[in-house]
Each structure stands twice: as C-alpha cells, then as structure tokens.
Design a protein around this ligand. Structure first.
Ligand code: FES
Ligand code: FES
Length: 173
C-alpha cells in the first residue's frame, strides 16, 4: 500500500509504513523543500503552514505541516512556499511583505505568505462585507506567531490586497 501525494505539481508514492511521518519532515528530508519552516513543532506558531486540497474538491486549506501525518494526506495536493514565486518573480503577497518591511528574520514569513494567499483566494471567491474585512484578516493570519516584529506591518501589507480582492479590483496595491 502507498500514500499518493502531489507536492508542487509532482506526484509521489510513499510507502504507508511512513503514515505517521510528519509532512514537514517529508518536505525537508525527502524533497529538500526547506522553505516551509519548523518552529514550535506542536501546532501553535503556524510557521509551517502549507496549502492542501483534496481533489475533486477544489477548496484549499491552510495546514500545519509539523502536526500533519502523511497517512491522512493520501490523495492530497500540497503547495509549499517554493511554488509561489514564478520564474524568480515574487507574487503579490511576497512583494507586499517585502515592500512594507513586514519581517525581520523571515522565519515566520512562509507561513504568513501561504495563509495570506489562501485568504485572498477565498475573498475573491466569496467576498465579505467591508466592515468584516478586518476580522476576516485577523482570522486568516492573526494566529501566526512572529517573534521579531509587531505584526502590524504584515497587516498593513495585506490590507490593500485584501480590499482589492474583496471588491474585485485586482492590481490596486
Ligand atoms: S512549527 Fe508547526 S505550528 Fe509551529
Ligand atoms: S520575522 Fe522573525 S519570526 Fe517573524
């Protein structure tokens, strides 16, 4: 028996003797995808967040890879921070975090990027009333822990993108 898993567009078959192995270890040790960060290791800080979907359901979920066993991911599609920039060009979230000096050491940043991207996709698919946008942003990234900064600049960077996504006015940063 094997576990079928697609990571950043590449399909893998993993022996199910590894069902209890954590996703973050598979990413680091087997695939050398070290952009996903391991920090607390107990499901608290969200530094290790990746994007997961389970076709045919197109919905994506932020998943904490330090606490997710391979065994429950059979048939899943995983996207990591390495899949975000295209041909060396940062995506809108990465660029906004950079432009706003949102991070210092950057260890928490991949998790913030992945969660923010899924949040923007959710807004595009299902906008929220304007007066609920701040709460929605808090729900999306408010539980991510950053040990260096005051969080404010992550929110300042994401806010214009969220407003644009929420009103269908893309590209207004
Ligand atoms: S390292 Fe996964 S939640 Fe902290
Ligand atoms: S920038 Fe260092 S932990 Fe967030």
């Amino acid at each position: 028996m094997t576990i079928s898993l697609t990571v950043n567009g590449v399909a893998y078959q993993i022996d199910d003797s590894r069902a209890d192995d954590k996703l973050v270890d598979f990413l680091h040790e087997d695939l050398n995808l070290t952009g996903t960060k391991f920090c607390c290791g107990i499901g608290v800080c969200r530094a290790c967040t990746v994007q997961v979907s389970k076709p045919p359901n197109p919905a994506t979920t932020p998943m904490i890879s330090c606490s997710t066993a391979l065994g429950i991911l059979d048939g899943s599609v995983v996207s990591t921070i390495e899949s975000v920039a295209q041909d060396g060009v940062l995506d809108e979230v990465q660029q906004a975090f950079l432009d706003n000096f949102s991070f210092q050491c950057g260890y928490c940043t991949p998790g913030f990027v992945m969660a923010s991207r899924m949040f923007l996709d959710d807004l595009r698919a299902q906008p929220v009333p304007a007066d609920q946008l701040e709460d929605a942003m808090m729900a999306a990234i408010g539980s991510h822990i950053c040990r260096c900064t005051g969080y404010v600049r992550y929110f300042e960077a994401l806010r214009p993108l969220a407003e644009a996504a929420n009103t269908g006015q893309e590209g207004q940063r």
